[in-house]
Structures are given as structure tokens and as C-alpha cells.
Design a protein around this ligand. Structure first.
Ligand code: ZN
Length: 371
């Protein structure tokens, strides 16, 4: 007897029909109080050795249908090792075909990053003598909202802010942060040691813990798209942005990175602040240098494929990186990673993966050092 469940951290699926393994019918559930949907995460049991065909019926109405083109779903038996399985999109449904080797198997849009793992990450980080764990406040649903401050100097020259996962379904963003944080706290990493002697890092590995736990793609528990809340965040609708913005005003910002995932584009890339009203030559130079260094350091980063550039003065200032560029007059970038694969360096078995996201996060340290 085949059974599908999703009542766990970041679970998301509605079962329409599960009586025939060759004709399992499912729907992706909308984000809390919002129209977005794309993230799915569920567990199939009782199908060991049985060929299964699972159709996500409403995929064609999801937030980013171009995200389903050439997309392969992620699967895992133990919740740790994730691999890709045969997936097709017919313009309406996303069709996953898989014959599980074990009784229980997870399927997800991308390798999940649980709240438990998030707590382990921040609690382990605080054990380092150069790391302080701050409680910024509570989320809409009352989850603790943490910030890590990492520095080995009492007189930092620069304040560097890096945040991730405003869009909770973009789990690669927190995998990236895990790689970055571990490298930054590694006392054998000479680049990290040099950085923390000069700068103070403020890191928010998960901007949207509620949305993450609820299995949302883009919204928090109040239905807010946090990356459109930066002009006027409120304690009722977007406390996560409100607390971070307040703290930024207190510390100042000399460099800002906002880590995301992109549904459609199969590459890693950066989006800059060229459209903000007070964009300067200096900001343009720093952006160029940052991107150039990242491209030099890792073949996983590139600058050919990305978003179209904003026209001068046309940037949307409700977006975090544009808001920060405008208000702090500093280098502020959005970093995007793929849900699919990195076509600069394809891996047909795993696609873009937690392991590669962690490596890309660690690789940003020598870039920051160079800039
Ligand atoms: Zn995003």
C-alpha cells in the first residue's frame, strides 16, 4: 500500500489520488496567505521496487513555470544524500518517475534545510571565541530569529552583512551560508583569519524561518514577500526585515550580500545595484571587481547569464540589495544559485547540490578579501 505524507518541517503537498503507484496525483499547496507556490517536499512509503509515476497536477499554474523546463526533481532515502530523478514537464503537470530502492523516499524541489539544522548551525557557531549569537526578535509565528556576529577585532574597519533565504524555498541559500560560516570560523583558513581581523561580519543564515518550516516558496507566515518589504517593513507583517534593517542602521553597512536561488536560470550569478538613484562610479567599480574575482576563483560562478540590467534610477527599492545600496552607498549584491544545475559544470546525478552550494559559500571569502 503506497502512502504519501508531508506533515513535517518544510513539507508541502496535497494528495489527490494515491491508490495506483502508476497514477499518483498531487498538488503543490500555496504559500501562507499568498498566491505563490512552487516548493514541494513529501515522503512516499510502501513503494520499494515499485515503478511510480507521480504527477504534480498544478505545476503549470505555479509561480515560475519556466522553472520546470529541463528540471529534475530531488530525491533522498535518508534525508541527507540527495540525488536527481527522472522528471518531465508537459506544460501542465510535472511528472516524476522513480522506482524507489527502499520503503521510504523523500522528494523535494531542492534539498531541504530544516529548522533543526538551522539551530544546530547557529548554536555550533557560537562555540567559536570570535562568534556572538544575537536574538533579534521573534518571527510572525514566534520562532526565534537569530543573527551571528563574527569578528576578531574591537576596531573593525568594515561592517559586512550577508543574509540568506528571504525566500524560504530557496534552500540552497542556507546551504551556501553554512559553507560560508564554517569557513569563516575555521582557524586554519588564513583568508578567514585575515578577514575577521579587519572586518565585522553580520550573518543571517535564515531570514524566513516561518516560511521555511511551512513549506513556502516566497512568503513568510503573514504572506509577505520579504524581498519587497525593505522600504516599509512592519512588526506585524515583516518583523524579520524590520529587525535586520534596525540593526543595520545601528552598525552601518560597508558591503551587503543577499543570497537567493533562481527557478529558471541554470547558472550562478549576481545582480547589482545599477538602477538605484544614487549609484556611483565607485559602486560600479566594486561590483565589477567582486564579480570578476568570483569568476576567477571558481568555475561555478559566471557573468554571462543573469537578469537584465535595471535602467538608471529604475531599481525597485523595496528589494533588499537595492535598498541597502541606496541607503548605505555601498557594494550590495543579490547572489543567485540554480534550482536545476549549473550548466557551466553540469552534474547529471545531483544537479546543483547542497555540497556545491556550501563550496560556493566558502569561496566567497577570498572574493571579499580581494575586494
Ligand atoms: Zn529569491
Amino acid at each position: 500500500m503506497v502512502h504519501i505524507g508531508s506533515n513535517f518541517d518544510s513539507g508541502n503537498i496535497e494528495v489527490v489520488k494515491q491508490d495506483n503507484p502508476q497514477d499518483i496525483q498531487l498538488n503543490i499547496v500555496r504559500d501562507s496567505q499568498a498566491e505563490f507556490f512552487q516548493w514541494f517536499h513529501f515522503r512516499l512509503q510502501g513503494a520499494q521496487g515499485v515503478p511510480c509515476k507521480m504527477r504534480l497536477l498544478n505545476a503549470g499554474e505555479s509561480s515560475y513555470t519556466e522553472g520546470w523546463q529541463d528540471y529534475q526533481a530531488c530525491a533522498s532515502y535518508d534525508g541527507k544524500d540527495w540525488f536527481r530523478v527522472k522528471t518531465a514537464y508537459d506544460g501542465k503537470a510535472l511528472i516524476i518517475e522513480h522506482q524507489p530502492e527502499y520503503d521510504s523516499v523523500f522528494y523535494a524541489y531542492f534539498a531541504p534545510y530544516s529548522f533543526e539544522r538551522h539551530l544546530d548551525l547557529v548554536n555550533t557557531a557560537q562555540l567559536s571565541p570570535i562568534c556572538k549569537l544575537h536574538l533579534l526578535g521573534q518571527t510572525v509565528e514566534g520562532r526565534d530569529f537569530n543573527l551571528l556576529e563574527i569578528s576578531a577585532t574591537a576596531t573593525p574597519e568594515k561592517n559586512i552583512w550577508i543574509i540568506a533565504r528571504q525566500h524560504p524555498g530557496e534552500t540552497m541559500a542556507e546551504w551556501y551560508m553554512e559553507g560560508l560560516i564554517k569557513s569563516l570560523l575555521d582557524s586554519n583558513n588564513s583568508v578567514a583569519r585575515a578577514l575577521v581581523k579587519q572586518a565585522r561580519f553580520f550573518l543571517v543564515p535564515n531570514m524566513n524561518p516561518d516560511g521555511a518550516a511551512k513549506g513556502n516558496l516566497r512568503a513568510n507566515a503573514a504572506g509577505a514577500n520579504l524581498n519587497r518589504e525593505w522600504m516599509e517593513p512592519s512588526l506585524e507583517r515583516s518583523p524579520e526585515v524590520y529587525y535586520v534593517r534596525e540593526k543595520m542602521r545601528e552598525t552601518g553597512v560597508d558591503m551587503f550580500l543577499d543570497i537567493h536561488g533562481d527557478e529558471a536560470i541554470p547558472y550562478n550569478f549576481a545582480a547589482g545595484g545599477e538602477g538605484v538613484p544614487s549609484y556611483t562610479e565607485k559602486m560600479a567599480e566594486l561590483e565589477h571587481l567582486f564579480i570578476q574575482k568570483y569568476v576567477e576563483i571558481t568555475p561555478d560562478f559566471q557573468d554571462t547569464h543573469g537578469y537584465p540590467k535595471d535602467e538608471p534610477g529604475e531599481a525597485n527599492l523595496t528589494v533588499a540589495s537595492n535598498y541597502v545600496a541606496e541607503h548605505f552607498q555601498c557594494l550590495a549584491l543579490t547572489i543567485e544559485q540554480p534550482f536545476k544545475d549549473d550548466l557551466s559544470n553540469p552534474d547529471p546525478q545531483k544537479g546543483w547540490s547542497p555540497e556545491r552550494a556550501q563550496k560556493l559559500g566558502a569561496d566567497v571569502l577570498p572574493v571579499i578579501y580581494a575586494v
